[in-house]
Design a protein around this ligand. Structure first.
Ligand code: ADE
Length: 425
């Protein structure tokens, strides 16, 4: 049964899960005060009246709060999953039943279903696309060029999506504005660092229940996600090794107190490996060959391409599920390697993704970026656009207020000093 008045259907696992989803969405909302304020304003001002919107996000309690805020603002919104394993089925059910939002997302959906959902979303003829990884945007450009005329613009949530948008721009195919939500200060400093740091370890612990203290954990990549993961793993008592290809980030990791070395060497030491690079096959055949028996590998980067699982399969005589999201590959050599979450985002596959308090800022950016696109319809150049500093600062100020933290303001003397160049030694 469709419990909504929308034209569109839905595809969720089980609508009877809605009451649990509703309860959990409300719980997450308690930690999302900034988004709540934005929702209340949207409900008054209706900035999205007449706007068709597609959100391709991880279908979590936090995304539900975003979708509800956008709908309160008048958006005709459709939600699809941005990853086959990240959907929270109770949340998807509640959005359909309680909020009347069409959702197409089922945890564990196969790749064909995932792509079919992308097309169903595009059938909605979106004026705005909220993307997480740029799959909807890439499909629009590759397969639905004629629909670009309907589009006001897109917003992008994650580093991988930004890298893809930059490549689209370089290839001359990005013919509309795309808001770079990821690079807002109130997004990546918190979501990528503290969100990934906590949720990645949460996913690993939920999947394996192993003790991290005393283990050697190799963090592959020292971007914001790598920094957060390494920092939190150290905090749990692990010995952390970082691998990098960027010399500056490698120095940073070394000065943050981590051992830095190439993967060929780190592979021999690690009890556990966490990939957060956004790149392909950063752990591959030659690395599996030298790993310890029982080494655990997992990924917290956007796509499931960081670990070369095909190479691992080729070396294995058997793959067995030993716990949910935990598969043991028994190698022909006799040792075994454990893979978590099929090499997909472990924080969303085995846990619930970033905590609500950081998603509050990420999704405040998404909400305000959508409003900015509508307000500036037809005025923005094609290509990537930063979130305006005023919006970033507004989100930070609202978050501080919600946290009960006050800060200093500049005195008139300080303002004058900061604006002058004549006063020196
Ligand atoms: N990405 C990482 N964590 C997330 C969450 N909790 N909700 C939506 N997207 C996310």
């Amino acid at each position: 049964m469709i419990a909504t008045a929308t034209k569109l259907n839905h595809e969720v696992k089980d609508l009877s899960l809605a009451p649990l989803g509703k309860q959990r969405i409300s719980w997450a909302g308690r930690e999302m005060p900034v988004l709540k304020l934005i929702k209340e304003r949207f409900a008054q001002e209706k900035p999205f009246a007449g706007i068709r919107l597609v959100a391709c996000c991880h279908v979590t309690t936090e995304t539900a709060n975003l979708a509800i805020a956008l709908k309160a603002g008048g958006a005709d919104a459709v939600l699809i999953a941005s990853n086959p394993l990240s959907t929270q089925d109770d949340v998807a059910a509640s959005l359909v039943v309680d909020e009347g939002i069409p959702v197409f997302a089922i945890k564990g959906e196969d790749n064909a279903t995932y792509h079919r959902h992308v097309h169903i979303a595009l059938d909605h003829k979106p004026n705005i696309i909220i993307d997480d990884g740029s799959d909807v945007t890439a499909t629009l450009i590759q397969e639905r060029q004629h629909q670009i005329a309907d589009l006001i613009g897109t917003t992008e949530e994650t580093t991988t999506g930004i890298v893809r948008l930059q490549a689209m721009f370089k290839d001359g195919v990005l013919s509309f504005p795309a808001m770079n939500v990821n690079d807002a200060d109130t997004k990546h400093f918190f979501d990528n660092r503290y969100g990934t740091g906590q949720s990645t370890l949460d996913g690993i612990i939920r999947a394996t229940n192993i003790l991290l203290a005393g283990k050697t954990i190799v963090v592959v990549g020292y971007g914001w996600c790598g920094k957060g993961t390494a920092m939190r793993a150290k905090g749990m008592g692990a010995n952390v090794i970082v691998t990098e290809i960027n010399p500056v980030k490698a120095i940073e990791a070394a000065m943050d107190g981590f051992q830095v070395m190439p993967m060929a060497e780190a592979a021999t030491y690690g009890d556990m490996f966490i990939t957060v690079t956004g790149n392909k096959h950063v752990i591959r055949g030659e690395h599996f060959d030298v790993m310890k028996d029982g080494a655990i590998v997992c990924n917290s980067g956007h796509f499931d391409i960081e670990i070369d699982l095909e190479a691992l399969k080729g070396k294995s005589s058997e793959v067995r599920t030993v716990r949910p999201f935990t598969e043991e590959y028994v190698l022909k050599s006799g040792k075994s390697i454990v893979v978590l979450g099929e090499g997909r985002l472990i924080n969303l596959a085995a846990a619930e993704g970033h905590p609500s308090a950081v998603m509050d800022m990420s999704f405040a950016n998404q909400a305000l970026a959508c409003e900015y696109l509508v307000k500036n319809k037809g005025k923005l150049e094609p290509g990537l656009h930063s979130i305006p500093t005023e919006l970033d600062q507004e989100i930070a100020s609202l978050k501080l207020k919600a946290m009960g933290i006050t800060i200093d303001t500049l005195t008139p003397e300080q303002i004058s000093y900061m604006n002058s160049w004549t006063a020196g030694t």
